[in-house]
Design a protein around this ligand. Structure first.
Ligand code: GLP
Length: 243
């Protein structure tokens, strides 16, 4: 419902309304959206406002336009913008989906040479290793392992950060995560990924490796993460500039 007295802009309210229709499956992938005129009449708002909401949802990849036909609900592939350093939970919420995680394991282990060099710690230092299945609206979309130095995250236990690791770092530890590096490559899913992601054996996954750093003088590495995303569910986009 649109509340014209609310300080929340009307185009934003309409965006949320359409997202919730997609979320509750009143609108399914491939469905034709009502036209701008129909939306404008239904909510007694201007077509300009409707257009703004639709444009924003097109940019987010939730819906797409087909010339001369109309606007449709996009398939369930998540279009992930790679230009911002966002968390899984933020990515899902931005799409109107509910993020959650199933814990596979949570351990404190000794770093090896490779991890130590990535995280700028000694090979004898202890790191926290969190392995989780990440879900969007209860559907498994990625298997993720995060390594973080114990001297930064302390003796936390899994419940300390409930679902979001970034929230734990920023809201509970009051560190600011500043920037990160990420690579993406295709690989066949491991047996563990096949099992947790519910995908056929030998399906491809997109493996993202991210190292993120705190926004402090030393630019301290806070995590090294490996995430295997379902290749049938994800596509990535980025803005490119030609110098
Ligand atoms: C993404 C990144 C990970 C990061 C995670 C944090 O999945 N690939 O490197 O650790 O987001 O997400 P959250 O804060 O929801 O746990």
């Amino acid at each position: 419902m649109i509340d014209k007295q609310s300080p929340i802009p009307i185009y934003y309210q309409l965006e949320e309304e359409i997202k919730s229709m997609i979320h509750t499956k009143q609108l399914k992938p491939g469905d034709l959206l009502p036209s701008e005129r129909e939306f404008a009449e239904k909510y007694a708002i201007s077509r300009m406002t409707v257009r703004q909401a639709i444009n924003n949802l097109v940019k987010e990849g939730l819906i797409y336009r087909q010339k001369g036909k109309g606007t449709y609900v996009a398939d369930k592939k998540f279009e992930q913008d790679l230009s911002g350093l966002t968390s899984f939970s933020e990515d899902m919420r931005n799409r109107g989906l509910t993020p959650s995680s199933n814990l596979i394991s949570f351990e404190f282990i000794q770093a090896n040479e490779q991890l130590a060099s990535i995280l700028s710690i000694a090979p004898t230092d202890i790191v926290c290793r969190i392995k989780r299945v990440r879900l969007a609206d209860d559907e498994p979309v990625a298997v993720e392992t995060v390594y973080s130095p114990q001297k930064l995250v302390g003796d936390m236990n899994y419940l300390d950060f409930s679902d979001s690791f970034y929230d734990y770092v920023e809201k509970k530890l009051h560190h600011k995560i500043g920037f990160g590096y990420q690579t993406i490559e295709a690989a066949p899913a491991s047996d563990e990924e096949v099992k947790h992601l519910n995908i056929p054996k030998d399906s491809p996954v997109l493996v993202m490796q991210r190292t993120s750093f705190l926004q402090n003088k030393d630019q301290t590495p806070i995590e090294f993460a490996t995430s295997a995303y379902r290749a049938d569910k994800y596509k990535f986009k980025m803005k490119m500039k030609r110098d």
